[in-house]
Unconditional design. Structure first.
Length: 322
């Protein structure tokens, strides 16, 4: 099915040739380099670390342009993978998905405007009137409006997964692969956040800051955020699978208890128990396998990627401290 398209999906999240995006990113960095050299000269621009401020906006814009198309793709994959599990008619399911993923275009424009206003407030007090002010304002407006736009679009679909998980579902506890698309979405959000932290380490902080207590008090909670985002995105799914697992275990335990009592009575009466013993053994084997069934929709490769994404900002800290 075709998902509802937001303004963000149409202009930023739409899949484009990688070469086209890279050309835009390169143009932003070249423009920042030329402006910086014009203002400070080549040697001072790099020796005095002015490049940090001038390259920060191009880096953030480029990063968001590169990762944004992946968000729309994950929603599409989730919708398609969960369709066989949701016990709704096709029309009702599609209507529900469209309702949950609809993004109000007026609010999107409002989010962009908030970013522009914030950029104006931060820039107008820091630079004198002139061509440099105009350049910095344009780059800051692009950066903050894009950030606020991304944040709003992702928040607007916050109830998408929880609402789907509250629909009647047909869950195979021995095969939860249809839910792994939700885990991949959580991983993507974690990687985007980890990438943002890494960019801040490169362009915002210098090596001296890494030796202060205040930095570590801020960085340690931030460094754990990718893991928190990864697992929190899967909590509704985990709860639904866990509840289904509990119900199945209860269904198995009741006949085991009943058959065990019959077995005891048969032993006391001296009757044959081979049939009952075989049934109980089969149910216990099934119960054992059921207990092993996972309830979190992720695999080892996701955990490995998450682990390295958490380490990446720390690696930048080490390299900058050398």
């Amino acid at each position: 099915m075709d998902l509802p398209s937001s303004l963000f999906d149409s202009y930023i999240g739409r899949k484009r040739p990688l070469a086209f995006i890279l050309i835009i990113c390169l143009a932003l960095f070249v423009l920042a380099l030329l402006v910086g050299i014009w203002e400070f000269g080549f040697n001072e621009f790099f020796s005095e670390q002015h490049w940090r401020n001038y390259f920060l906006s191009p880096a953030i814009i480029s990063y968001l342009l590169l990762v944004s198309p992946r968000f729309s793709q994950t929603d599409q994959v989730i919708v398609e993978s969960l369709r066989p599990l949701v016990k709704l008619e096709k029309e009702k399911y599609e209507a529900l998905v469209r309702e949950l993923l609809y993004v109000n275009p007026i609010k999107e424009l409002a989010a962009i405007l908030v970013g522009i206003i914030f950029a104006f407030i931060t820039v107008i007090t820091s630079f004198e009137i002139g061509w440099l002010l105009i350049y910095v304002f344009i780059m800051s407006a692009l950066t903050y409006s894009l950030l606020s736009w991304v944040i709003y679009v992702n928040i607007s679909s916050f109830n998408f997964i929880p609402t789907l998980m509250h629909q009647p579902l047909e869950i195979n506890l021995f095969d939860i692969s249809p839910f792994t698309s939700i885990g991949r979405q959580g991983l993507l959000l974690s990687l985007v956040f980890a990438g943002g932290i890494t960019l801040s380490m490169i362009f915002v902080f210098d090596a001296a800051v890494f030796q202060t207590l205040q930095f570590w008090l801020i960085y340690i909670p931030l460094g754990l955020c990718p893991a928190i985002i990864f697992f929190s995105n899967m909590i509704p799914t985990h709860q639904v699978i866990s509840q289904a697992k509990t119900r199945e275990l209860e269904k198995v335990e009741k006949p085991v208890i009943k058959l065990s009592r019959q077995l005891l009575e048969s032993v006391q009466k001296g009757e044959s128990t081979s049939g009952l013993a075989a049934e109980i053994n089969a149910l216990n084997v099934f119960k054992k396998e059921l207990k092993k069934a996972p309830t979190w929709p992720y695999d080892f490769s996701m955990l490995r990627t998450l682990f390295f994404s958490i380490l990446l900002p720390g690696l930048v800290i080490i390299l900058k401290s050398i």
